[in-house]
Design a protein around this ligand. Sequence first.
Ligand code: ATP
Length: 314
Amino acid sequence: MILCCGEALIDMIPAPVQTGGTGYVPHSGGAVFNTAVALGRLDVPTGFLTGLSKDLFGEQLRETLGNSRVDTRFCILSDRPTTLAFVRLTDGHATYTFYDENTAGRSLFPDQLPDLPDEIGALYFGGISLISEPCADFYAALAMRDADERLIVMDPNIRAGFIRDEDRYRARLDAMIRRTGILKVSDEDLEWILPGPGPLDEKAGAIAARGPKIVIVTRGREGAFASFSDGTMVTAPARRVEVVDTVGAGDTFNAGVLAALASDGLLTRAGLEEIDGPRMKSALEHGARVAAVTVSRAGANPPWSHELSGPDPD
Ligand code: ATP
């Protein structure tokens, strides 16, 4: 089983109301949440670890997870409210206003670290695990505690605008990267981590030298590549599809990659050693296939496994 560790929140999406003006419709969301839902829908045994509010939005999030076959028994229940992200669309461009002070998802502390069963072979972390206090300390402590026995996978999903103390964030990110077996970054993330001139593949190689066996770099419609610490490199193109929106493309791509590795029994610390170039290439291709479905429909709505069983679109 893979345990996805991060925040589930509510995106408040604007919608017209009958009396005039704008109302908001609550949609379940969050980067790690999207990946967990996608994994569950792809039939990968998946759990979710978060601070989950007992309020009605917490109920909505739990219901969405359960409906997608994600195990919620690891959620730490809280009387604090759910984080809300109000979305404003201006000329098709989304900006966010967060209501996230002292919320359930952000208020996890290292003394709440749970004992985890042996069935959990991998831990998946996202960006919020690094930015938000105090939950960043909680997630970092979990990764430090378990890195020797469980595979650590991370997508930092860097949002430079949300980082308050850059030095602190960079130090945290670096500490996490050193414990990560598979790191996924976008090309923009990579340029942020290692600014300055130089080709992406060399930068990915430089990060792999810090600890991860595999650094996956996604490049939107340009596809993705994976750079191994031993110098191996494999690539996979993106699918050519009619794009509705790219919300959640990276989150579901990650789920597709991990689902392929899980089906080969490789989502464990020992399994990591067996991942070679050809296996990684086919995992990247699966990621592109899953992401292609997500970008061809509205919102982060990951496909179910039966939606992938049709003929190849290419
Ligand atoms: P996010 O916006 O969710 O943070 P990301 O930056 O992490 O995404 P991207 O590099 O944008 O991730 O996309 C991840 C994968 O999704 C790509 O490698 C590709 O397979 C697929 N994808 C993204 N955009 C497109 C597109 N326009 N057409 C087809 N596939 C796409």
